[in-house]
Design a protein. Structure first.
Ligand code: FES
Ligand code: FES
Lengths: 168, 790
C-alpha cells in the first residue's frame, strides 16, 4: 500500500510522517513515533491499554486510523506530565499502588485524566464507571480509588496554594 | 462456647498475635525515603514506579532492534491432528519470507519443560499436534511481508484425529496414549496419608460429602507475550517478558544444543505473570530464528495466540468426604482430585504434589487421605496459576467444612476457629510448625464483621423479594517455596567507592513489588538508608540466581538472602576497621563512618582497591529454606513456612436472574511481618479480584471464545470494597519474620463466595464458576423462590 504524508499533533508537538492509510494510530504511535507508552493488550477493543486522548476524549487507539486523526490533538501517557513535573494523577498512581505490573497504567492514566478534567469531585460510582472501560489484572482496582482521591486532594491543594500566591 | 474457650486458653501466643494486627486506618503514611534502619514495616513507595507511570517502562514488545525481522507461528487448528508440509521453499520464495522453521531446524533437543525430568513439549510438533494452538512451524522475514501473510494458506495438510477432551475419556482403557510411558495418560500421582481415614470416617458421628468441578482459567495478563532475540557471535541474547530467566536459559541452551553460558536472558518488565510466564512462550522460536539467521528477530503474541497456546489453571474434578464428632472436632478427611493437565506436563507434577499437602486446609485433621492425579488430554497445557491447584482444592474443602459445621449445628466461623491448626499440632504431613501459625488469629479478626454481616443479611432477607443476601467464610494455608525441593536464592550487594550501594537482585518483579521489598530488607540489615541503593535486576549476566518468581517465594526466600547479604556486607565493613558487632555504621558520600563506643573510624572509600565485581566491598549470600523430602505416605517437611489467611464474603443473589453481586470482602492474612503494607494490600486486593473471577465468571473453553471479549475478567464494576486486615505472627526463618502473600491472597475468595451463595439461597453447584445460567438452573431444580426461604 502506498504511504501517505500526514501531520499529527501529538502531546502538543506537530509530527509529520508518512504512513499507510490503513495504519492504526496505536501502531503509528508505537512504531513511527517511538511512543511505546500506549500498549496493545487485545485484538478486539476490550482492554483499554491503548487508550489515548483525542481532543481530550479517551479513545482506543487500536481502533483508529492514524490518518483520520489529522488536525486533532492527541495526548498519550508520555504527554501527561506537565512542564517536566509528574501530573498529580501519575504521582498518585505510583505512590498508592495504582500500578503493579504497570502494563494497564498508561491507559488508565488517560481515562482518569479525562474523568478529573470533566468531573470536579467524582463520586465513588462515577469513578467506578470511568475505570470500567479499562482492564487491570493485577490490582483489583482498589488502590486506584485511593490514588484518584489522593490526586484530587493534591490538585486542590495545588490550586489553593496557587490562589494563595495570587492573593499575596 | 466452652470448647472454644478451652482452645483459647491453650494458645499462649494468642494475645501477642492479636495485638500485632495492623490497624489499617492508623498507618496510612506513605514514605518515599526512609532513614537507616526504618524501611521494613513502612509503606515505602515502590522503587520501580516512576517508569510505569510515565510510560517509559520497557515490556516485551517495546524495544525493536534495528533491522529486526518479524516472526509468526503456524499453529494447529484442531485439538489433535497429524500433518504434512507442502513445498516450504516455494512458499518462502513466493511470499518473500526470509525463512521457514520447523522441527527439522532445531539443532539441539526439540523438547522443553519447566521440570527437566518431565520435559515433553516440543518447540514444533514433529508429526502429530496434540492440542489446538500447538506450534508446527514459524515464518520470519521483513515486517511488511510477514504481517500481511494469511497463515491459513501456509502449505500444510492436516489430518484431524479423534481427541481426548475430558479426564474420563483420557482414563478410559484403550484410549490413545499421549506420551510414551504415561499409562492411561496419567502424568503423575500425588498422595498424602495419615492415620486411618476409613475407620475414622466409619466411626465419625457426623459426616458430609461433596463433589465439585472447576474449569480452565486463563491468566489474562494484560501484556501478551513478546520479545526479541539476537545472536552476538557464539552467544544468543533473548529479551522477553519472563518470570524465570534462569530456567529459560537452561531450556534454550538445550534446544539450541549450546552451553548455558552462551545464553543470555534479559527479562523485560512483565505485564502480569501469575504463573503463566514461568513457561517458555516466544523464546524458543526467537532463539532458533536469530541463531540460524544471525539477524535480530522479534515476535508479539496476539491475544488469541496467547490464549490458545500458553498455560491455564488446571480444571479439577474433586470429591471429598469429611467426618467430625458432635463436639465439632474434625476427625477425618478423604479427598480425591483429578486435574486435567492438558497435552504437556508443564507444572502438572507440582499441582499434583502440592494439593495433597494442602487439602486439609489450615486445620488439624488427625485422619487424612488425599490422592491426586494429573491426567493428559488433547487440550492446552495447564500449568502454574497463582496457587498451583490449591485455589481449586479450597473450593471443595472449604464448602465441605461448611456442610459439616451445619450438620454439627455449629456456627461456621466458630467451627473453623475450633479446628484451626496451632503451633503445636501436626499438619497432615506430620510437621509441627512450632511458631507462626496465625490462622486462628485470622478467623478471630473476622468475627466482628461476621456477626454484623450475618445480622444485616437476615434483616435484609426478611423483607426482600427476589434478592437474597448471604455471608460466607473460608480459610487458607499455603506453603512458601517449592514443595520439598531445594529452591535457593542468591543476592549480591556491593559498596561503591562513591558510598552508594549496588544490589544485584535477580528476583524478577512481576508487579508485586518484590524489588522494593527485597531492597527494604537489605537496607535495614545493612543499616543504610534505602535512598542509597541502586538496583541491578534480573539479567542473567549481571545478577546471581534468585530462582523463579513463583510459589510466593520472593519475599521469603530472596528476601532472606537479601537480609543475609546486607548483614554480611555490614560485617565486612566492621572487619575493615576491626570494630565490634555492635558498632554503628553511617554511610556518607565517598566514605563510611564506624562509631564504636567513643571511637570513630572513618573509611575513605576512594582509598580502597576495587574488587572483581567493581566494588570496594562485596558480599554475597544464599538462602535455601530448610525442607525435608516426603516419604511414600507424604509425611515429611514440605515447606519451612506457611502463610495463613481467611476471607469473608458478603453477596447478593438475584434469584430471578441467577446473578451474584459481591458486596464486600474482608480479608485477614497472617503475613508474618508486613515488610510493606501497601504492597501487601495490593496483593490481597488483586488476589481477591482474581478469586471473584474464578468464582463467578471465568472459564476458558479451548476452541471457543479465545479473546478478552468473550472471556470475561472482572472490571472495576465487579469489585466491591475490600478490607484487608494484616496479622503478624512471625516465622523466625523468614526475613524479619515475613512469609509470602502472592498466592495466599487468591485462595479463600472463591470458596467464601460459594459459601455465601449457599447461605443466601441454600444451593451448592457441581460446576464452578457460578455463572448466572448455572445458578438459575439450580434455583429452578431446587424450586427456590424468593419468598420460600426465611
Ligand atoms: S489494545 Fe485492547 S482495547 Fe485497544
Ligand atoms: S497493573 Fe498489571 S494489569 Fe494493571
Amino acid at each position: 500500500m502506498k504511504k501517505q504524508l500526514i501531520e499529527l499533533r501529538v502531546n502538543g508537538r506537530p509530527r509529520e510522517l508518512a504512513v499507510e492509510p490503513s495504519k492504526l494510530l496505536l501502531e503509528t504511535l508505537r512504531q513511527d513515533l517511538q511512543l511505546t507508552g500506549s500498549k496493545r493488550g487485545c485484538d478486539d477493543s476490550s482492554c483499554g491499554a491503548c487508550t489515548v486522548l483525542i481532543d481530550g476524549v479517551p479513545m482506543l487507539s487500536c481502533t483508529l486510523l492514524a490518518a483520520s486523526c489529522e488536525g486533532q490533538e492527541i495526548t498519550t501517557v508520555e504527554g501527561v506530565s506537565e512542564h517536566g513535573a509528574l501530573a498529580a494523577i501519575q504521582k498518585a498512581y505510583g505512590d498508592w499502588g495504582g500500578a503493579q505490573c504497570g502494563f494497564c497504567t498508561p491507559g488508565f492514566m488517560m481515562t482518569v485524566k479525562h474523568l478529573l478534567a470533566t468531573t470536579a469531585n467524582p463520586s465513588e460510582a462515577e469513578i467506578r464507571e470511568a475505570l470500567s472501560s479499562n482492564l487491570c489484572r493485577c490490582t483489583g482496582y482498589s488502590q486506584m480509588y485511593q490514588a484518584i482521591k489522593a490526586a484530587i486532594e493534591a490538585e486542590q491543594k495545588g490550586m489553593d496554594s496557587l490562589s494563595q500566591q495570587v492573593a499575596k | 462456647m466452652d470448647a472454644i474457650g478451652g482452645v483459647l486458653c491453650r494458645c499462649t501466643g494468642y494475645r501477642k498475635i492479636i495485638s500485632a494486627v495492623i490497624d489499617a486506618g492508623r498507618e496510612q503514611i506513605l514514605m518515599s525515603s526512609a532513614p537507616a534502619g526504618t524501611a521494613v514495616g513502612n509503606r515505602m513507595v515502590r522503587l520501580d514506579g516512576l517508569a510505569k507511570i510515565t510510560g517509559k517502562e520497557i515490556y516485551g514488545a517495546d524495544e525493536i532492534p534495528s533491522g529486526a525481522l518479524l516472526l509468526r507461528v503456524i499453529r494447529c487448528p484442531f485439538h489433535r491432528a497429524g500433518f504434512q508440509f507442502g513445498d516450504l521453499e516455494k512458499y518462502a520464495k513466493q511470499n518473500a519470507i526470509t525463512c521457514v522453521l520447523t522441527a527439522k531446524d532445531v539443532p539441539g533437543e526439540n523438547r522443553y519443560g519447566v521440570i527437566p525430568k518431565f520435559a515433553d513439549q516440543p518447540v514444533f510438533a514433529e508429526s502429530e499436534a496434540r492440542f489446538k494452538g500447538e506450534a508446527v512451524a514459524a515464518v520470519a522475514g521483513a515486517q511488511a511481508a510477514v504481517e500481511k501473510l494469511d497463515l491459513t494458506q501456509f502449505p500444510v495438510v492436516w489430518n484431524e484425529l479423534p481427541a481426548l477432551m475430558t479426564i474420563d475419556q483420557a482414563l478410559t482403557p484403550g484410549a490413545p496414549q499421549l506420551h510414551h510411558g504415561r499409562e492411561q495418560n496419567v502424568l503423575v500421582r500425588g498422595r498424602v496419608v495419615r492415620g486411618d481415614v476409613d475407620a475414622a470416617l466409619r466411626n465419625a458421628e457426623i459426616t458430609a460429602e461433596l463433589e465439585v468441578e472447576t474449569g480452565f482459567v486463563e491468566h489474562a495478563c494484560i501484556e501478551p507475550e513478546a520479545g526479541f532475540a539476537r545472536r552476538a557471535g557464539d552467544t544468543i541474547e533473548i529479551q522477553a517478558c519472563t518470570q524465570s530467566p534462569y530456567m529459560d536459559r537452561s531450556d534454550i541452551a538445550r534446544i539450541l544444543g549450546i552451553a548455558e553460558a552462551s545464553v543470555r536472558i534479559i527479562p523485560t518488565a512483565v505485564g502480569g505473570g501469575f504463573g503463566t510466564k514461568l513457561d517458555l512462550s516466544v523464546q524458543p522460536f526467537l532463539a532458533l530464528a536469530a541463531w540460524k539467521l544471525n539477524l535480530p528477530v522479534r515476535m508479539v503474541y496476539s491475544r488469541t495466540e496467547s490464549m490458545i497456546s500458553t498455560t491455564k489453571r488446571h480444571p479439577a474434578r474433586m470429591w471429598a468426604k469429611a467426618g467430625a464428632g458432635r463436639d465439632g472436632k474434625l476427625q477425618a478427611l478423604d479427598f480425591r482430585a483429578d486435574f486435567n493437565t492438558g497435552a504437556y506436563s508443564s507444572w502438572g507434577p507440582t499441582v499434583s504434589a502440592r494439593v495433597p499437602v494442602h487439602a486439609s486446609g489450615p486445620y488439624f485433621v488427625p485422619h487424612y487421605r488425599a490422592l491426586t492425579r494429573a491426567v493428559h488430554t488433547h487440550l492446552v497445557p495447564a500449568g502454574a496459576f497463582r496457587g498451583f491447584g490449591v485455589p481449586q482444592m479450597a473450593i471443595a474443602q472449604e464448602q465441605l467444612y461448611d456442610e459439616l459445621a451445619d450438620r454439627v449445628g455449629m456456627d461456621r466461623l466458630e467451627f473453623r476457629i475450633l479446628n484451626s491448626l496451632t503451633n503445636d499440632l501436626p499438619t497432615v504431613t506430620g510437621q509441627v510448625l512450632g511458631e507462626g501459625v496465625g490462622i486462628r488469629a485470622c478467623f478471630e479478626a473476622l468475627r466482628p464483621r461476621w456477626k454484623a454481616a450475618r445480622k444485616e443479611a437476615v434483616d435484609f432477607n426478611s423483607s426482600a423479594q427476589h434478592l437474597r443476601r448471604g455471608v460466607g467464610v473460608a480459610g487458607m494455608w499455603y506453603g512458601c517455596g517449592n514443595t520439598s525441593l531445594p529452591n535457593p536464592s542468591t543476592m549480591r550487594v556491593g559498596l561503591k567507592s562513591d558510598g552508594r550501594i549496588a544490589l544485584h537482585q535477580g528476583a524478577v518483579d512481576i508487579g508485586q513489588g518484590s524489588a522494593t521489598v527485597v531492597t527494604q530488607i537489605c537496607a535495614d540489615a545493612l543499616g543504610c538508608s534505602i535512598d542509597r541503593f541502586d538496583l541491578l535486576s534480573g539479567d542473567t549476566s549481571i545478577t546471581p540466581d534468585c530462582g523463579k518468581t513463583s510459589a510466593s517465594r520472593q519475599t521469603f526466600v530472596s528476601g532472606k538472602a537479601a537480609y543475609m547479604a546486607g548483614e554480611a556486607l555490614r560485617r565486612e565493613i566492621l572487619r575493615l576497621v576491626k570494630a565490634c558487632d555492635c558498632a554503628k555504621i553511617s554511610f556518607e558520600n565517598g566514605s563510611v563512618e564506624v562509631h564504636e563506643d567513643k571511637k570513630l573510624h572513618r573509611i575513605s572509600l576512594a582509598d580502597l582497591p576495587i574488587d572483581k565485581h567493581g566494588y570496594v566491598l562485596t558480599a554475597e549470600a544464599t538462602f535455601d529454606p530448610p525442607t525435608r523430602a516426603l516419604d511414600e505416605n507424604g509425611q515429611g517437611m514440605p515447606y519451612a513456612v506457611y502463610g495463613f489467611g481467611a476471607h469473608l464474603a458478603e453477596i447478593e443473589v438475584d434469584t430471578e436472574l441467577g446473578t451474584i453481586k459481591v458486596l464486600r470482602i474482608t480479608a485477614a492474612h497472617d503475613v508474618g511481618r508486613a515488610i510493606n503494607p501497601t504492597l501487601i494490600e495490593g496483593q490481597i486486593e488483586g488476589g481477591v479480584a482474581q478469586g471473584i473471577g474464578m468464582a463467578l465468571m471465568e472459564e476458558f473453553f479451548p476452541g471457543k471464545g479465545e479473546n478478552l471479549h468473550d472471556y470475561l475478567i472482572p472490571s472495576a464494576g465487579d469489585i466491591p470494597p475490600i478490607e484487608s486486615i494484616l496479622i503478624e505472627d512471625p516465622s523466625s526463618i523468614g526475613p524479619y519474620g515475613a512469609k509470602g502473600i502472592g498466592e495466599q491472597a487468591v485462595i479463600p475468595t472463591a470458596p467464601a463466595i460459594l459459601n455465601a451463595l449457599h447461605d443466601a439461597i441454600g444451593i451448592r453447584l457441581r460446576k464452578i464458576p457460578a455463572t448466572p445460567d448455572r445458578v438459575r438452573a439450580e434455583i429452578l431444580r431446587c424450586g427456590i423462590t424468593g419468598a420460600s426461604r426465611g
